[in-house]
Each structure stands twice: as structure tokens, then as C-alpha cells.
Design a protein around this ligand. Structure first.
Ligand code: AMP
Ligand code: MG
Length: 340
């Protein structure tokens, strides 16, 4: 790939990256309405098209190389645009190589296990791109904002109480480091929506019958906890943006800009991985070349049978009776003894 394009993508996503070790204050540090000055919405359509074609090519190579996998974690508040981002960014990619998993309120079976269990079960395989629509980060977001979720997790006394969130941040960082050390790159995208834009999107969901299904009473209740979520997101971004799995804060008030930004981060990840189509080794290639006359193996001689089978007798032309047809007798052929 031309270096200029690679550099442009790297430059484009730089302001979105949360510097590992920095302390984030979401409200102050990241503007949900940000867009690169040089970009207009109509450029965005073209860019997204180029980006999706590029992703399709890289994904095919990732699958063929079959050594690395990519896990994309998408987090956002309600109406942040997670579903639309997945639909648009992954539109050109072969569905066989992508696995999307959504995470909702945990089931009884999930609550019976450690909190990372259900996420570990949905990890991508080598050669795949896995997308988490909500992810293990819910365990330090909704569970933190609504501590009754922690009570439901049936934790022993020593695993909850003081220090539980710092411990979870450490465990999540360790888990992601383990994944990245073993060939699985973790890409983390937080779609950062403003409170005003969320209000506008909620109203659309209420007003338009075809969008009603997207809105629930729970969404309105969660909106009342806006400040608590902003605080939980800020702490999460500060504690879990690491060198091996950094967070990207995607400005989400303009859907088109959010989509090209998410696509650019994913493209950047794949460019860095640089998967390649495996080539056929000279040995394997040689095994398919036509053999020379001298090296051609001799076909083993099979002795001819001493008693040849008789030729297949033809069925008689006589019209089949109804009874014979019913039993299949009309098709039966009389065996003849082979000549001596
Ligand atoms: P949605 O993505 O709009 O279908 O909603 C899924 C809901 O599941 C959201 O309200 C999440 O906050 C909630 N959820 C996801 N993970 C968890 C979790 N670990 N504990 C409790 N609630 C969760
Ligand atoms: Mg929802």
C-alpha cells in the first residue's frame, strides 16, 4: 500500500487516541461534534467506500494467513450509533470472516460464571474479525453505575467491596495483554455522543413508527444517569487505554464522521498487522508439476480375472404388468451364470 495513504490514516486517527497513562475528563477532552476541518460530508461518502474496499481486501488476507485475529469492542451510550457503525463499516467484508456478538443483561447461566466468561466464549478465531456490540467494558460501566448488577453476580465477599473497580481494570488490561501476546489485536472504540444529540435521536425514535422498536423506557431512565456514565467512561478510558490495546474516542454526533473514523481505526490496525496471502512453497509447487517420462511411476500390473463377467443382459421389452411394476419386478434382471 502507498505510504502516503497509510500516513494519512495514521494522522487522521491520532487525535482520537487516548494516550496510555493519561487522565481523561470526557466532557473537557473530547468533543462529540469534532470533525477534521478538511472533510465535508460528501467526501465522507467517498472515503467510506474506499475504506470498506480496503477492509475487504485486508480481511481476505487476514483469513488466508490464519495466524492473527482482531477483536473490535464497541461501546456507547444508547443511540450512540453502534449498530449503524457495524452495518456501514463492515458492509464490504465477507460475512464468513466476521462474527458480531451483542451483550445484554447477563443470563442466569452467565451470572453463574466469572464476569469475563461470556466474553471469552465469543472471541474471534485466528483469521477472523470479531465485533463486540457492547463488551466486557459493561462490567465497569453499567455494573458500576447500577451496583445492584454487581450484587446479582454472586461474587464472594472478598471479590466485591473496596477496590473492585481498580481490580477489574487490572484484570481487563491483563486479559487484553494476554490476547494481544497471542496474536489477537484488541481495537476499542467509544462512540462519544453529546447529551443534546442523544435527545434528538431519542425523539426521532419516538416519532417515527419504524424506529419505535429502538426506544425503551430503560433508555430514558439511563439518560437520567448521564453524569454518572460520563464519570464511569472517563475513569474507564484513563485506566484501560494501554499500549497494547488503546482506546479511540470517536466523535459520534455526526454519523458519517463517526463511520469513517471507526473505519479508519480498523484499517490502521489491519495495515499494522499487514497480513499476507501465504505462498506455495517450491516443494508443494513441485509436487503438482507433471512428472518426466523417466520419473513417472510404473502402474502396478493388475492380473486380469480368469473368469470375465458376462455382459449386462438387457431387460425384456414385454409390457410390465401392474403388479410387477408395483413390486419392482419389471426392473429385475435375471442373473445368468458366467460361461466356464
Ligand atoms: P441494548 O444494547 O440497547 O439492546 O441494551 C442492552 C442492555 O443490556 C443495556 O442497557 C446494557 O446496559 C445492558 N447490559 C449489558 N451488559 C450488562 C451487564 N454486564 N450487566 C448488566 N446490564 C448489562
Ligand atoms: Mg438500547
Amino acid at each position: 500500500m502507498a505510504d502516503e495513504r497509510v500516513e494519512r490514516i495514521a494522522e487522521f486517527i491520532k487525535p482520537l487516541r487516548v494516550k496510555p497513562g493519561s487522565k481523561v475528563n470526557l466532557g473537557k477532552d473530547f468533543d462529540p461534534g469534532y470533525k477534521a476541518d478538511y472533510l465535508k460530508k460528501k467526501d465522507g461518502v467517498e472515503l467510506l467506500k474506499t475504506g470498506t474496499a480496503m477492509l475487504a481486501d485486508y480481511q481476505a488476507r487476514l483469513a488466508a494467513q490464519d495466524t492473527h485475529g482482531v477483536l473490535v469492542c464497541l461501546q456507547a451510550l444508547d443511540a450512540g450509533g453502534k449498530d449503524g457503525t457495524i452495518r456501514h463499516v463492515m458492509s464490504g467484508v465477507n460475512p464468513q470472516g466476521v462474527r458480531v456478538s451483542g451483550f445484554k443483561v447477563p443470563s442466569a447461566e452467565e451470572l453463574d460464571h466469572d464476569y469475563l466468561w461470556r466474553y471469552a466464549r465469543r472471541l474471534p478465531a485466528r483469521g477472523e474479525i470479531g465485533i463486540f456490540n457492547r463488551s466486557h467494558y459493561e462490567e465497569v460501566l453499567v455494573v458500576r453505575v447500577h451496583p445492584e448488577n454487581l450484587d446479582r453476580q454472586k461474587l464472594p465477599k472478598e471479590a466485591k467491596g473496596r477496590g473492585v473497580w481498580d481490580r477489574r481494570y487490572r484484570e481487563i488490561n491483563d486479559w487484553e495483554r494476554y490476547l494481544s501476546d497471542n496474536g489477537f489485536t484488541v481495537v476499542k472504540l467509544f462512540l462519544n455522543l453529546s447529551k443534546e444529540e442523544q435527545r434528538i435521536r431519542f425523539l426521532k425514535r419516538i416519532d417515527r413508527p419504524e424506529k419505535n422498536w429502538k426506544f425503551s423506557g430503560a433508555d430514558a431512565r439511563e439518560r437520567r444517569r448521564w453524569d454518572d456514565y460520563q464519570k464511569a467512561f472517563s475513569e474507564m478510558l484513563s485506566a484501560t487505554s494501554t499500549d497494547w490495546a488503546p482506546w479511540y474516542v470517536i466523535p459520534a454526533d455526526r454519523k458519517w464522521f463517526a463511520r469513517i473514523s471507526a473505519g479508519a481505526v480498523l484499517a490502521h490496525t489491519l495495515i499494522e498487522l499487514d497480513p499476507k496471502y501465504p505462498t506455495v512453497s517450491p516443494d508443494t509447487r513441485g509436487s503438482c508439476a507433471p512428472p518426466s517420462a523417466s520419473s513417472r511411476p510404473r502402474r502396478p500390473r493388475v492380473p486380469l480375472p480368469t473368469r470375465m463377467l458376462p455382459p449386462m443382459p438387457q431387460p425384456r421389452k414385454a409390457p410390465a404388468t401392474r403388479a410387477a411394476t408395483r413390486t419392482g419386478a419389471a426392473c429385475r434382471v435375471q442373473r445368468t451364470r458366467p460361461p466356464r
